[in-house]
Ligand binder design. Structure first.
Ligand SMILES: Cc1ncc(COP(=O)(O)O)c(C=O)c1O
Length: 243
């Protein structure tokens, strides 16, 4: 037996959890994604959904998706870089950019790929990426792919953030990366203070609006939109840069 098979063979946590009936992953849902879903033929309350606005089931979106499949088929047949960009990608990106009042937007398939794709390529070797310790795992993965200097501050602790900013070389890029709404804690980034600090130390900010786009802002444009004016609901992806 190879060393790898041997090591893998010793990993039996999933089997043990399954025997106890508490294995939570890959449970197939047999219905549409709603507040109640069907698992093993039984109705089950759904508490894990990211479809905060219920758009997954919205009749207009379903109709749009059916029409798109009829016109374009079931896939892009290539990467977005090459032959995989459709006119409806561009339309969506233009409309999203308008929603958040930015020059442009780029849609990724998942939030994880946004953070692992964007975070490593915005700063260079001599620059700084600065993180809240409770940033989402995908931001942490993204930072592991980066060659930049990486600094972490205590969750929502603005004094700790300022101490880090003070330490950075003034002429180098500094990007503070935060969850708008922290995914596990549910609390909100102290953006007004972060913005003040970024101005003081000439840093930029990247906000992961996974749980705030559609939820905060007058038009649902997220936490960056005037800092928490009115509440509505959704789960989209938005990454705002502010100089
Ligand atoms: C703040 C934040 N960023 C990124 C992600 C990753 O998103 P996805 O599950 O679409 O890969 C999540 C997951 O919910 C999240 O909460």
């Amino acid at each position: 037996m190879s060393l790898l098979s041997n090591v893998l063979g010793q990993y039996d946590a999933p089997q043990k959890a399954k025997e106890l009936g508490v294995y939570p992953y890959f449970r197939p849902i047999e219905s549409d994604q709603d507040t109640v879903v069907s698992i093993n033929g039984k109705p089950v309350l759904m508490f894990g959904s990211n479809s905060y606005l219920g758009l997954t089931n919205h009749p207009r979106l379903k109709e749009g998706a059916i029409k798109a499949v009829e016109k374009y088929g079931t896939g892009c047949a290539g990467s977005r870089f090459l032959n995989g960009t459709l006119d409806i990608h561009i339309e969506l990106e233009e409309r999203l950019a308008k929603l958040v009042n930015k020059q442009a937007s780029l849609v990724y398939a998942t939030g994880f790929t946004v953070n692992s794709g964007v975070v490593p390529c915005i700063t260079g070797r001599e620059d700084y990426l600065i993180f809240d310790e409770f940033d989402h795992a995908s931001i942490i993965e993204g930072k592991r792919l980066s060659f930049s200097k990486q600094l972490k501050y205590r969750h929502n602790d603005m004094e700790a953030l300022e101490r880090l900013l003070k330490k950075c070389e003034p002429d180098r890029l500094k990007v503070i990366v935060v969850d708008g709404v922290f995914s596990m804690e549910g609390d909100v980034a102290k953006l007004p203070e972060i913005v003040e600090l970024s101005k003081k130390y000439n840093a930029s900010i990247m906000v992961d609006e996974a749980h705030s786009l559609g939820v905060f802002g007058k038009t649902g444009a997220g936490i960056c939109d005037g800092y928490f004016q009115q509440v509505s609901w959704n789960h989209w992806w938005l990454y705002c840069f502010r100089q």
